[in-house]
Design a protein around this ligand. Structure first.
Ligand code: ADP
Length: 367
């Protein structure tokens, strides 16, 4: 018995004559997990969701739900709950009628319907709003109703397409907690589409990072953040310094890289990087150690820099450094420091930057 609830097998989708919107998709969604599809606009996330929901058909390949091929099954017979960004509630029906709708379609009797609607309203913490119309609710409340409607018939999987995209930041964060709570309490499998990497990291058990219709990496949030598979994922998930250069020498995994600004740094080489190759050195701002010293004074591995600017950001300081000599070829390195931590260089002053070898990764530059 496999733990896979859904499988995409060799799925490709072409609209009309265009380039494939999704290609070579092999993805298993495990029972009970919250899997996010993360990627920039146009990378194929919604197309993937729509094929599982049944609103689009794959051009090739199969999609299985609990081992059953879905391709010939109409959307309303798939038994999948869907929540969109625009709430898609029926405006002329009350909240309770909206939530009862999927039960009515399934021929569930009135008493049972009413009990389930009450339970669903309790689950999304709106016990008293059943008689309102959607227009009488706030955006966050409408989205809770949409969630209740997607959950009320106890589908094996709920698909959410940018469900919080229309909400402001505070409400979005509140609803992220809400979705996590529902996922945990109900144990329902969820597939969640977002272009917001912070949201994907916060919510997910696993994240599939899309680009150009393909999955670039599928991993738990921490792995994605700490061990991105390529330069794209390293740049898209979390903040990263990205310093272009060329590999001078390599010893095992350790690469000596001359950055385009002239500064030489050490980094761990990713697959595909060798002596002489162009690369992008990435390093997280919170992993850059800073000392108010000249590099010669701190010894091997440290790099000379100049502090251009220190920006107060409440709980931390953002320090912008430049590396290299000539004006034309400067590299910029951002470091994050807790507010009030230690002695800092003065703006315009010399500094030494250092990092552990494992925190700087040299990736091949993508064409
Ligand atoms: P995302 O959800 O990541 O923003 P989409 O799946 O919506 O990406 O789009 C992937 C690609 O498919 C894009 O190039 C988009 O323009 C194209 N596309 C999406 N929907 C349609 C459609 N109905 N007809 C034609 N092309 C489409």
């Amino acid at each position: 018995m496999t733990n896979d609830l859904v499988r995409f097998e060799g799925v490709e989708k072409r609209y009309d004559n265009g380039a494939p919107a999704v290609r070579d998709l092999n993805l298993a969604i495990q029972r009970g997990e919250l899997l996010s599809l993360l990627g920039p606009s146009g990378s194929g996330k919604t197309t993937t969701l729509m094929m599982l929901a049944g609103f689009e058909q794959p051009s090739t390949g199969r999609i299985l739900l609990e081992g059953r091929d879905l391709v010939a099954v109409a959307p309303h017979r798939r038994g999948i709950g869907v929540v969109f960004q625009s709430y898609a509630l029926f405006p002329h029906m009350t909240v309770a009628e909206n939530i009862a709708f999927p039960l009515e379609v399934r021929g569930i009797g009135r008493a049972e319907r009413e009990a389930r609607v009450r339970r669903a309203l309790d689950t999304v913490h709106l016990p008293d709003l059943g008689e309102r119309r959607p227009a009488q609710l706030s955006g966050g409340q409408q989205q809770r109703v949409a969630l209740a409607r997607a959950l009320v018939f106890e589908p094996p999987i709920v698909l959410l397409d940018e469900p919080l995209g229309a909400l402001d930041k505070a409400l979005r964060e509140e609803m992220q907690f809400e979705i996590r709570r529902l996922h945990r309490e109900l144990g329902v499998t969820m597939m969640y589409v977002t272009h917001d990497q912070g949201e994907a990291l916060t919510l997910s058990d696993r994240v599939a990072v899309f680009r150009g219709g393909r999955i670039r990496q599928l991993a738990a949030p921490r792995t994605l953040y700490e061990r991105p598979a390529d330069a794209f994922v390293a740049g898209f998930v979390g903040e990263n310094n990205r310093l272009p250069g060329q590999v001078l020498r390599m010893e095992l995994e350790e690469a000596e890289v001359r950055l385009d600004c002239g500064t030489v740094v050490l980094a761990t080489a990713a697959v595909g990087v060798g002596p002489g190759s162009r690369c992008l050195v990435t390093i997280r701002p919170e992993r850059v150690a800073v000392a108010a010293l000249r590099a010669e004074e701190v010894g091997e591995g440290a790099v000379s820099a100049r502090l251009e600017e220190a920006i107060f950001a409440g709980d931390h300081l953002r320090l912008r450094f430049s590396l290299g000599e000539g004006e034309a070829n400067r590299s910029v390195v951002i470091a994050k420091r807790p507010a009030g931590a230690g002695l800092l260089p003065t703006p315009g002053g010399a500094a030494a930057l250092a990092w552990s070898l494992g925190d700087a990764v040299a990736f091949p530059i993508e064409g």
